[in-house]
Design a protein around this ligand. Structure first.
Ligand SMILES: CC(C)[C@H](C(=O)O)[C@@H](O)C(=O)O
Ligand code: SF4
Length: 468
């Protein structure tokens, strides 16, 4: 019997396997951010250990930093403490860190790929659930907890129980104007927030092959919101061309050898999956979330659903609670929902293609009066590229500014947050209660829908603007 892509990566990283024990897996890339690594370093210190492979470890500051001026005084004691610890820990343990002011700083899941650190066939871990993003390269990438971070720092290995394999095949092509974000929102709506539990989800099919690397990252990023342990897409020509010439990717003959190795990572035709789902890409339209978990979304053409339309009592109760929190009435057209704010950014949709899409919508248009808009690039590299392409001027002319990079209002751990009761169209991945600020209401959307919504002050698609 053949092997799945996930099994091939797993098997090629097996350090030790013994009956009745978890497997010990070698880790190729370990990313760190300031939000929850201090206890791991404290553990290392207490045990008198060093970092086993500092050259395979990279730190960044992304969750707590301000985005109006990243070098200004930090306003919260937590931010000061976490960033300070990060700087001290990385210095003491010889780990490279992109801290405030560094032109290579950015969200961990944005900088790994853009620096070419994330490559096919690798194992990648980070103290963060959205590590699944890196799976877009055919790397087995998953979030780990603080004690696991300590284990990887000390040994460069991780004890793991094997993951089950699930396959999501997206047949056909996405209609024009429908993006990777709409696709993953549709997939999560279909399989549910627990649909991928215990599994690594491999995406296959024509629509996946047609996505850019950035679109694939958006899909794998949100795979975690379907409860899966990781998302995966086998590498192809698109992957190879994305990686060619990146700082940590070899060049010349060595590159060709790497490509030959990368191409060995795919699921065999006779590989067995524990679970399989088919999705019809042509039936997917721009989507918007109406509730407080990422599975609660409908097409923008749709209406807020009635809780009694859910047959499952748990889903019905969740819908009732969500509608109360979101202050929405069943039957309301999604397009009629007025917003106060727009957040463009995060590791889901804070890359250059996302900013280009926003600029395309805003070109020659203005943001509606009173709408607060935050455009936060996923990294300083993305920011620099946006400036080089003149996107920042389009943003300014529309009434928004391009900020410094970071997680920002995706999680509201810095000063970028909504006020209680405020409603936002956001390009991030989670619409949980309080996610963007206490009492704040989040509608998950694509960058294109976020940009169009900023222009009208209501949930809107770019095509709606053309019809006006
Ligand atoms: C703070 C961090 C640990 C958290 C995560 O693990 O995902 C954050 O990035 C998030 O998106 O909620
Ligand atoms: S951008 Fe949001 S989802 Fe991504 S790592 Fe930061 S807080 Fe988590």
């Amino acid at each position: 019997m053949g092997h799945t892509l996930a099994e091939k990566i797993w098997n090629s990283h097996l350090v030790r396997s013994a009956e009745g024990e978890p497997d010990l897996i070698y880790i190729d890339l370990h990313l760190l951010h300031e939000a929850n690594t201090p206890p791991a370093f404290a553990g290392l210190r207490a045990a008198g250990r060093t970092v086993r492979r500092p050259e395979l470890t990279l730190g960044t500051v992304d969750h707590n930093n301000p985005t109006d001026d990243e070098l200004r005084d930090l306003s919260s004691a937590t931010a000061i403490r976490q960033i300070d610890h990060m700087q001290r820990n990385c210095q003491d343990f010889d780990v490279e860190l992109y801290t405030l002011g560094d032109p290579l700083r950015g969200i961990a899941h944005v900088i790994g790929p853009e620096l070419g650190l994330t490559q096919p066939g690798m194992t990648v871990v980070c103290c963060d659930s959205h590590t699944s993003t890196h799976g877009a390269f055919g790397a087995l990438a998953f979030g780990i907890g603080t004690s696991q971070v300590e284990h990887v720092l000390a040994t460069q290995t991780l004890p793991m129980t094997p993951m089950k394999n699930m396959r999501v095949v997206v047949d056909g092509m996405l209609p024009a104007g429908t993006t990777a974000k709409d696709l993953i929102l549709a997939i999560i709506a279909q399989i549910g927030t627990a649909g991928g539990q215990g599994h690594v989800i491999e995406y296959q099919g024509e629509a996946i092959r047609a996505l850019s690397m950035e679109g694939r990252m958006t899909v794998c990023n949100m795979t975690i919101e379907a409860g899966a342990r990781a998302g995966l897409i086998a590498p192809d020509e698109v992957t190879v061309e994305y990686l060619r010439g990146r700082p940590h990717v070899p060049s010349g003959a060595v590159f060709d050898e790497e490509v030959d190795y990368w191409r060995t990572f795919y699921s065999d035709d006779d590989a067995e999956f524990d679970k399989e789902v088919h999705i019809d890409a042509a039936a997917i339209a721009p989507r918007v979330s109406w509730g407080t978990n990422p599975a609660q979304s409908v097409p923008l053409d749709g209406v807020v659903p009635a809780p009694h339309s859910f047959l499952d009592p748990v889903a019905r109760a969740a819908a009732e609670r969500a509608l109360t929190y979101m202050d929405l009435a069943p039957g309301t057209a999604m397009r009629a929902i007025e917003i106060d704010a727009v957040f463009i950014g995060s590791c889901t949709n804070g890359r250059i293609e996302d900013l280009r899409e926003v600029a395309a919508v805003w070109q020659g248009r203005r943001i509606a009066p009173g709408i607060e808009v935050l455009v936060v690039p996923g990294s300083e590299t993305v920011r620099a590229q946006a400036v080089a392409e003149g996107l920042d001027e389009i943003f300014t002319a529309a009434g928004a500014s391009l900020r410094s990079s970071g997680c920002s209002m995706c999680v509201a751990l810095n000063d970028d947050r909504l006020r209680p009761g405020q409603r936002a169209a956001s390009t991030n991945n989670r619409n949980f209660e309080g996610r963007q600020g206490r009492g704040a209401r989040t509608h998950l959307v694509s960058p294109a829908v976020a940009a169009a919504s900023a222009v009208t002050g209501r949930l809107t698609s770019p095509t709606d603007l053309e019809e006006r």
